[in-house]
Design a binder for this molecule. Sequence first.
Ligand code: AKB
Length: 317
Amino acid sequence: MKKILVIGATGQIGSELTVKLRSLYGGDNVVAGHIAGISIPECLRDGGPLEEADVLNTKQIAAIVDKYHIDSIFNLAAILSAQAEQRPVLAWNIQINGVLNLLEIAREKNCAVFTPSSIGAFGPSSPKDKTPQDTIQRPQTIYGVSKVTCELLSDYYFHRFGVDTRSVRFPGLISYVTPPGGGTTDYAVDIYYSAVKGEKFYTPVKAGTFMDMMYMPDALHAIVMLMEADPAKLIHRNSFNIASMSFDPEMIYAEIKKHFPTFEMEYRIDALRQSIADSWPNSLDDTCAREEWGWKPEYDLSSMTVDMIKHLKLKNL
Ligand code: AKB
């Protein structure tokens, strides 16, 4: 049985991942790590240990690893793309110095480490459509720079010290549980909230801006599958392209309108988010993930939309 520490357990991915890992491996085997002063979501309050775990505090994390005999660290601490442009030093600290701290702890204490990368690890000179697994990565955002560095650091620790590092490049993640904050793809979550609340939606990126997106259940499934995968079959590690759908604002609007015929959307372009989105791929080629560990998504735009609307309606927004 794995003994897991989730860092960033209160965030968009971390909160749902912690619940899923607890259901798979048992509540007592999954420690939810959070930073001081943050409000703890209801779903994390019971069901397993809760510890203050700041990715920048090596001593604190090492003590948790010892206390609970942790063998796997799932690192979900991150500053998303648009917010990172406002706070580049913080983004660097969390996404590079924080990851380095964890890799050192993992090397000393023999832990596996999962840290997600992103479609943001590609840049304007990467091939735009069906971006290959191995290709040019020259991002022009601090988020992308930190993600590429994290991919390289994690590969270095694997090859040099044998640390079991694994990762996927996440697209924009869509969920009805915990909202994202400060990302370029957040609009694809916000649009559902507006539709269900009966409000007009203002989209921050132009028609024709295609980005890869994924429904959260598929994203969580990918993390678990990859961390359970037979290491002998993994040719790549840091980091795998994964994909399930690619759309622009017009496509998601049209899909939601099937359920809310009077729903309205208007363009109010956010220059920063538009420039970040323009530098990212339209879609990724995830053949290596499919071949090396059997990745296969379940949801497309239409089935995700049905599920999102069903759950958001239950929330009585
Ligand atoms: C963001 O928009 O910053 C993230 C991502 C694609 O990594 N959702």
